[in-house]
Design a protein around this ligand. Structure first.
Ligand code: GLN
Length: 467
C-alpha cells in the first residue's frame, strides 16, 4: 500500500484535483487538535491550483506530484517562518530552501506547514516547545514523543500523508514509535543537512515519516544523495539489495532488561515468534559492552556541538533581540530570555565539557567510546543482516511525567542514541497496540547505506501484519 500512489492515481484518473486533496488534509491540520503545527504555508492552495491545471492537461510529472508534506520547523523553506519552536527565532523567515525542500519541490510536492517540535530538537517528548506541548493522537494526556513530535502526529492523525523530521539521537524514531507510524533515520551523510538548523552536526540527519513503508522508500529516494552544499553528504551507492531467504537478525540483549516495560518485552517476543513462524528470519541475541555508556557519550558529544552551534543566536543576526546597556549585556539578556530551560541546560553542559581542564576528561573520552560503539556495531553487523531492539523502554508516557527530572527524560533515548553515534541507518516501525491502546513499535539497524534492506523486509512484514 502507498498513499503516494493512491493519490497520484486519483489525479491520473481525474477523480480528484490537487487543490481538493490539499483542502482535505489542511482542514484537519488547521484544526490543530494535537498542536502538531506551528505555522502553515499560506500559499499552498495557490500552488495546488497550478497543479490542477497540469492534471487537466494530462501533464502529471514528478514522484510526489500533488502530494502534501508537512515539515519539521527546523528545516528552512524560503519565505516561511522557521522557529525551531524557540522564542529566539519566533519571527525568523528562511531566506532559502533546504536541499531536501528543493528536491521535494522538484518532484511536485506541496508543503502544507511547519510542525511542532522540542526547542532546537532537544527533547524526547515535544514538551519543550515555545509553542506549547503537542499531544499523542492515541491519548491526548500522553506525549507524542520528541523531538519531531508534530511530524509524527501529522502523519498518524491524517493531517498529512508524509512528513520530514530530523534525528540527532532518536527524534524521528521515538515519535514515530509513540504515534504508530514509520520513521527512518538514514545513514549519516545519506541526506543533505543543508538548510537544517544545526543541533549536533556530527549526529543530525533529516528523514521521512509515513504510514506505509513504500512511502518511506519513495520519500527517502527523493531526498537522498550527494549535495555540494553539504560536504558531509555522500554519493548514495546504488546497488541491488536482496534480502536472503532466511534473514539473520540479532536481538540486543538489553531489550529484555528490567529497565524495559513488560509489555514491550512481551510484544517483542511476539514479533520474533511471528517472523520465525513466517520463515522470514532466525534470531539470536547479541550483546554490546559499550551500550551502557551510550547515553553519557551522546549527551557529552551532542551538548558540546550544540553549545557551539547555538552561539550564533545572540540578537545580532537572527530575530529576537533585547536591549542591553552594552553589547555583552544585550547578548546576555537576549539569550537568557530567548532560550528555554532545556536549551540553556544543554549549552551549559556543552560549554562545561569543552572547558580546558575538563575537555580530556569528558569530550575526548566520549569520542573514544564513540569509536568503540561503532566498532561493536560493525562487528555484530558482520554476523547479522539486521539488528533488532525497542525504540523506547516505555510506552508513550503522560505529559509532565518526566519534566521535573531531565535524567529520566534522557533515558528515553537509551535505545536510539548509540545508532546516531555510529552513523548507521535505523528505522522505527509500528507493530501493534498495547492493552491500553497505545502504539508499540521496534527498530531495525543495518549496515551503512543499506536502507533498501529495511524497505524490502518491512514490505513483507507489513503484508503479514496488515494483509
Ligand atoms: N532526545 C534526544 C535529545 O534530546 C534526541 C533529540 C534529537 O534526536 N533531535 O537530544
Amino acid at each position: 500500500m502507498s498513499e503516494i500512489k493512491r493519490i497520484i492515481s486519483l489525479y491520473k484518473n481525474k477523480e480528484q484535483l490537487p487543490s481538493e486533496v490539499i483542502k482535505k488534509y489542511l482542514e484537519k491540520a488547521r484544526k490543530n487538535e494535537f498542536n502538531s503545527f506551528i505555522s502553515f504555508n499560506e500559499k499552498v492552495l495557490e500552488q495546488a491550483e497550478e497543479l490542477d491545471k497540469k492534471v487537466k492537461e494530462g501533464k502529471i510529472k514528478g514522484r510526489l506530484f500533488g502530494i502534501p508534506v508537512s515539515i519539521k520547523d527546523n528545516i528552512l523553506i524560503k519565505g516561511l517562518k522557521c522557529t525551531c519552536a524557540s522564542k529566539i527565532l519566533e519571527n525568523y523567515i528562511a531566506p532559502y530552501d533546504a536541499t531536501v525542500i528543493e528536491r521535494l519541490k522538484k518532484e511536485g510536492a506541496l508543503i502544507t506547514g511547519k510542525t511542532n517540535m522540542d526547542e532546537f530538537a532537544m527533547g524526547s517528548s515535544n514538551e519543550y516547545s515555545a509553542f506549547g506541548p503537542a499531544s499523542n493522537p492515541f491519548d491526548k494526556e500522553r506525549v507524542p514523543g520528541g523531538s519531531s513530535g508534530g511530524s509524527a502526529i501529522s502523519v498518524s492523525a491524517d493531517e498529512a500523508p508524509l512528513s520530514l523530521g530530523s534525528d540527532t539521537g532518536g527524534s524521528i524514531r521515538l515519535p514515530a514509535s509513540f504515534c504508530g507510524v514509520y520513521g527512518l533515520k538514514p545513514t549519516y551523510g545519506a541526506v543533505s543537512r543543508y538548510g537544517l538548523v544545526a543541533f549536533a552536526s556530527s549526529l543530525d540527519q533529516i528523514g521521512p515519516f509515513a504510514k506505509y513503508i513504500e512511502d518511506v522508500e519513495i520519500l527517502f529516494d527523493v531526498i537522498k544523495g550527494k549535495d555540494e552544499k553539504d560536504k558531509t553528504s555522500a554519493y548514495y551507492p546504488e546497488r541491488e539489495i536482496k534480502p536472503s531467504y532466511l534473514l539473520k537478525i540479532g536481538v540486543l540483549k538489553d531489550s529484555f532488561s528490567d529497565k524495559v516495560e513488560d509489555e514491550i518485552k512481551t510484544s517483542l517476543e511476539e514479533f520474533i515468534k511471528l517472523l520465525e513462524k513466517e520463515k522470514i528470519a532466525e534470531f539470536k541475541e547479541f550483546e554490546m559492552e559499550s551500550f551502557e555508556y551510550a547515553i553519557a557519550v551522546y549527551y557529552i558529544v551532542a551538548c558540546a556541538e550544540a553549545s557551539s552551534n547555538l552561539a550564533r543566536y545572540d540578537g545580532v543576526l537572527y530575530g529576537f533581540k533585547l536591549k542591553g546597556n552594552n553589547l555583552w549585556d544585550m547578548y546576555e539578556k537576549t539569550r537568557t530570555e530567548g532560550f528555554g530551560e532545556e536549551v540553556k541546560r544543554r549549552i551549559m553542559l556543552g560549554a562545561f565539557v569543552l572547558k580546558s581542564g575538563y575537555y580530556e576528561e569528558y569530550y575526548v573520552k566520549a569520542q573514544k567510546v564513540r569509536t568503540k560503539i561503532l566498532k561493536e556495531f560493525l562487528k555484530n553487523l558482520e554476523e547479522f543482516d539486521l539488528l533488532l531492539m525497542p525504540v523506547s523502554p516505555t510506552l508513550p508516557f503522560k505529559k509532565g511525567e518526566k519534566l521535573k527530572d531531565p535524567i529520566s527524560m534522557y533515558l528515553s533515548d537509551i535505545f536510539t542514541v548509540s545508532i546516531n553515534l555510529a552513523g548507521l541507518p535505523a528505522i522505527a516501525f509500528p507493530f501493534k497496540l498495547s492493552k491500553q491502546g497505545l502504539p508499540v513499535g521496534f527498530q531495525f539497524v543495518s549496515k551503512f547505506f543499506t536502507e533498501k534492506l529495511f524497505f524490502e523486509v518491512l514490505k513483507k512484514i507489513e503484508k503479514i501484519i496488515h494483509g
